[in-house]
Design a protein around this ligand. Structure first.
Ligand code: AIR
Length: 180
């Protein structure tokens, strides 16, 4: 088995390919997969760098096209060209997740991900915006898959309930969770 691929948990087809520039990014990138899991969307994570292992990026894209992956997410820190390079090699929608590593706290990765030339878009989420990267991928997929649209509605309802609590209720729920 390829050790660079973190395999998803369910048995459906992989719809989202998540590429990330370094194994050191994984703690943040796992959160993308967790949110996709929450929505019932199968994904896979591949460690591949636009600078250090470009051939691996291209090999993955070839496989992803062949296997019917529908949305790609490129995650990287510092000089973060991964999402842009991916977007230059596919017509699939590409989401960029700039990571807040390094001495510039993610400003470098934000700008190098978002400032794409006309014709090669990367839909860039916030620095370390792992959850939004996943939800944006789900919204794209929801145009085609009603079950994902339904899962997004249920997620939104859970969020509504969470933010609709009074402070007392929220504290009681937090305490209850602590004692479980
Ligand atoms: N990176 C790797 N190849 C190209 C880039 N931009 C990024 C990784 C990681 C950062 O460089 O995504 O966030 C530092 O990588 P490392 O492996 O030195 O920790």
């Amino acid at each position: 088995m390829n050790q660079d691929v973190v395999t998803p948990r369910d048995e459906n087809r992989v719809l989202v390919g998540i590429l990330t520039g370094s194994p050191n990014d994984l703690p943040k990138v796992i959160k993308v997969r967790d949110t996709l899991d929450e929505l019932g969307i199968r994904s896979e994570i591949v460690v591949a760098s636009a600078h250090r292992t470009p051939d691996k990026v291209f090999a993955y894209l070839k496989r992803a096209h062949a296997e019917g992956v529908q949305v790609l997410i490129g995650c990287a820190g510092v000089a973060a060209h991964l999402a842009g390079v991916i977007a230059g090699h596919t017509r699939l929608p590409v989401i960029g997740l700039p990571l807040g590593n390094g001495p510039l706290s993610g400003w470098d990765s934000l700008l190098s991900t978002v400032q794409m030339p006309p014709g090669v878009p990367v839909a860039t989420v916030a620095i370390d915006g792992s959850r939004n990267a996943a939800i944006l991928a789900a919204r794209i997929l929801a145009l085609k898959y009603p079950a994902i649209d339904q899962a997004l509605e249920e997620l939104a309802e859970r969020e509504r309930q969470r933010y609709d609590q009074s402070a007392d209720e929220a504290l009681a729920n937090m305490m209850a969770k602590k004692t479980v």
